[in-house]
Design a protein around this ligand. Sequence first.
Ligand SMILES: Nc1ncnc2c1ncn2[C@@H]1O[C@H](COP(=O)(O)OP(=O)(O)OP(=O)(O)O)[C@@H](O)[C@H]1O
Ligand SMILES: [Zn+2]
Length: 646
Amino acid sequence: METVVPGDAPGTGTDHDDDDDVRAFSPMALARIAVTFAAGVLVWLDVHEPWVRLDVIGVAGLVFGGWPIFREAWSSLMERRMTMELSMVIAIAAAASIAEFLTALVILVFVLVAEELEHLTVARGRSAIHALTDVMPRTARARRAGAVVTVAVDDLVAGDRVLVAPGEAIPVDGAVVDGRSHVDQSRITGESMPAAKGAGDPVYAGSVNQAGAIEIVVERVGADTSYGRIVEAVERAGRSRAPVHRLADRLAGQLVWFAFASAAVTFLVTRDIHDTISVVIVAGACGVAAGTPLAILGGIGRSARLGAVVKGGLHLENLSRVDTVVVDKTGTLTFGEPSVGAVLPEGGTDADTLLALAAAAEARSEHPLARAVVRAAAARGLAPLEAETFDNTVGLGIRAVVDGRRVLCGNRRLLEADGVEVPPIERDAASSQVLVAIDGRFAGRILVADAVRPEAAGAVRALGAMGIRTVLLTGDVPAVAEAVAGALGIAEVGAEMLPEDKLARIEALTAAGRVVAMVGDGVNDAPALIRATVGVAMGSGTDVARESADVLLIGNDLARFVETIEVARRTRRVIMQNFAGTLTVDLLGIALAATGHLDPMLAAFVHVSSELVFLLNSARLLPGRDRGAPRTPGATYGLPSAVRNR
Ligand SMILES: Nc1ncnc2c1ncn2[C@@H]1O[C@H](COP(=O)(O)OP(=O)(O)OP(=O)(O)O)[C@@H](O)[C@H]1O
Ligand SMILES: [Zn+2]
């Protein structure tokens, strides 16, 4: 009942915006409700009071029970803001002034109960978000001075060694130093299959150790871990304000004013103080005022469960309106972990030299093609060469000097820009190609194939079913782009697109009135991610992409992205239902009250119960408890002797 008016400053009155208190009922609030209720009963029973001119029980009940609300109303008055508290207090005072103490007390009980229930619902929303952190163990078994002791995770520092038994959650980010196991890290990376871990492999806090016992060396603890950062982003998002939130506040404020104006008219016309009080009381706005942020919190929490970190309420709102999804190919539709299929030298260079020079040139690039070339050279056991100079042109490729030779690795455009004559090239739709020139002469090409993500086709189909158009924009050549698009059922394709071309296409789409989500992973996608209505980065993507994005897909799973759009749409639907419902109930209620069909107590009941329905409607969005929550460590599990005897 604690509304809510534009410019509502945090920290005023019994403001609930900042307390993370997830307690059940507060004892003081309960006491106020009980006292007010008791006073109501006494007044109703008409217990004898010695003072004729003053109803002491009624006044005392009102003052004690309503104290926090009076205080808030007073501060609203001082700030010249019309709030729900103020209007309620005016109604209560009006009832009391005509000695209708029973009415005043009953209204107050309703107000107090509603306020408390609202607190509880909102607290549950907060705790649902906090529940994300519950998977992080609070204690760990660490090696200290030759013994294994249970310590608080917060007391761990980098370099500590921690033992993790089968079935336990991993408490920190670190690396395995002993033992082997499989680890379910779906919560962090989204991979659904447990990953094999042995000495030297990284492990992440919040993932769950499966079969074997492992010992890990601590690298990062708490909020610094990958999972800690995810939780932090979600919590920050939960606190941010979406435009629809401001709209809700405005609507709530206007409803209070409207009820007030209607009450004034009612009094002028009917001269009936009861009906006037009913009019003030019947219009509730908490369903929109508190229900909107609660719904957004629920939507963001639910998305986080799907592995999508939505960085703010604004982005969730935008996501609900998306009608066009632009994707890039490498790393988004494909795994972005391509492998070299063939090395095809030309003009007298031999394959190993070609690959070795290319690998040296590509060594410092984070492009998936570059990494594939480097891996292939290492796999063939070629002696690593060092590039003397290195120049990366996004969307074209690499210019480097290796062993005194000028090496170009990239596409036709790069080579031709440097005056290299590139012969006609046979295109194989299944592979991308890295063209290589040495000292200004075309020296051959390296075929690199990347696997399409298995969920991509289903995701594109699901988007289509939701009425969303999918567009593929890639830096790769048309043959490869069209092959991938064809396999996935994407009709609209742009190939050989430089980063600025992708950007221009996004701008053209938004200029045409489309609401565009751009999904990408690379440095070349960053400008488009920023310009799109919603930028979505793959979790495995480059840092630039992850920073530029509004939504981060931790699990790289496009199917989860589609589900996130559904969550966003549902959130929007719930908010709109609350808007429409509140308006209907309030307008109807005011009309009934003004025409003498609602007495004040019934009006209070209508106000409170309708609000509660809308709050609960929002609460439906809150994610449920995590099913796969692991057991916490601390108990002693049997460790294999390899780990125990160290
Ligand atoms: N480091 C590199 N090594 C070799 N070729 C490169 C490199 N960087 C870019 N290229 C060439 O430039 C083209 C465009 O690169 P860009 O990174 O813009 O897109 P992409 O990786 O092909 O695909 P997508 O746009 O779908 O991610 C690549 O297809 C490749 O031919
Ligand atoms: Zn209310």
